[in-house]
Design a protein around this ligand. Sequence first.
Ligand code: SF4
Length: 387
Amino acid sequence: MNTVVSEGIIKVTSQCKACDHCSFICPTGAISGTLGQKHQINVGKCINCGQCLISCPFGAIEDISMVEQVKQALKDPRKTVVVQEAPAVRVALGEEFGQPPGTNVKEKMYAALRKLGFDQVFDTEFTADLTIMEEGTELIYRVFNALGVEGYEDIGPLPQFTSCCPAWIKYAEDKFPRILPYISSAKSPQQMFGPIAKTYLPEKLGVNPTDIFVVSVMPCTAKKYECSRPEMIASGFQDVDAVITTRELAQMIKEAGIDFLSLPNEKADRFIGLSTGAATIFGATGGVMEAALRTAYELLSGEILDKVEFKAVRGMQPVREATVEIPVKQLGKVIPVNVCIVTGIKHVDSIIEDVLNGRSNYHFIEVMNCPGGCINGGGQPIRRDTY
Ligand code: SF4
């Protein structure tokens, strides 16, 4: 059964106290209502990021749940239930079990997922590496096209925008459709994982592809929307069958009576369980950019990098820029690549307008909706004690 979400991911419940806090947080003006009047979400304008949900002081905003579908699949003996978890989950899940924010509980989480009944336990990092290779290679082709190198005429224009944040993609589609040719054609890591799990794994495990059920554990409510987009079901099979958040995984672990902190440390399963350090940094702002630059640098220069860090793209400022000099072996010269990192969607409008008006000097732009990146996504633990 395909999970199609037409009524929106985020809902204001009857617990709304009409304090109006959420409408200040919402980056797209999707929340209507005034002080003293129950608020409502305009599904067309909402980008499903859940920032209102984690900010509501009364817990009056909820995201739709796919937990029941996951539980049904786990109970079904015909199903092989495969789970992927995103890098930002492992450093937040521990908070739900009393650990300080940032504690890496990855190996206990693998053990918990197996105890919950998941048959194959993996990491989205494997496909984050694939996204890096796709986006890095696409960037090179776009640079070659812009430099007039023969054979690259059909490639899209510069600058290239990243494509892995589904809230950013919906924002671009809704407000700036003319920017779409500038966005990388690569699927997000979550969505690359689904088809790989449903084509490569059945061969390796000797199971019927139609019996594979793919679950994602994400720091992000917008990923629920992404998995239900019609083009993510284009093959007739849904790439990712259900998405649960970090909060929902913690709830499932608690409901099952699992003593999380006493679990042994375990590893991810084989076949698609390996990854590089470049994939790990995807969860923070600047991470996709840094990882893709490493790939582009090595492919263009033909050199293996000794020092693999591009520290200029790190930080927490909402808009950061840097220039990276890359020696291009094929052209026999060094080219400067101008990059920009945007965290927080409300900061992107003027950058898009500059691109559309031919005023931008950037070659590559990373956009992540949530402040600081996915580590602060709408599916992460909520700390109401800080209010
Ligand atoms: Fe989801 Fe990350 Fe985008 Fe936030 S920044 S909406 S968590 S993909």
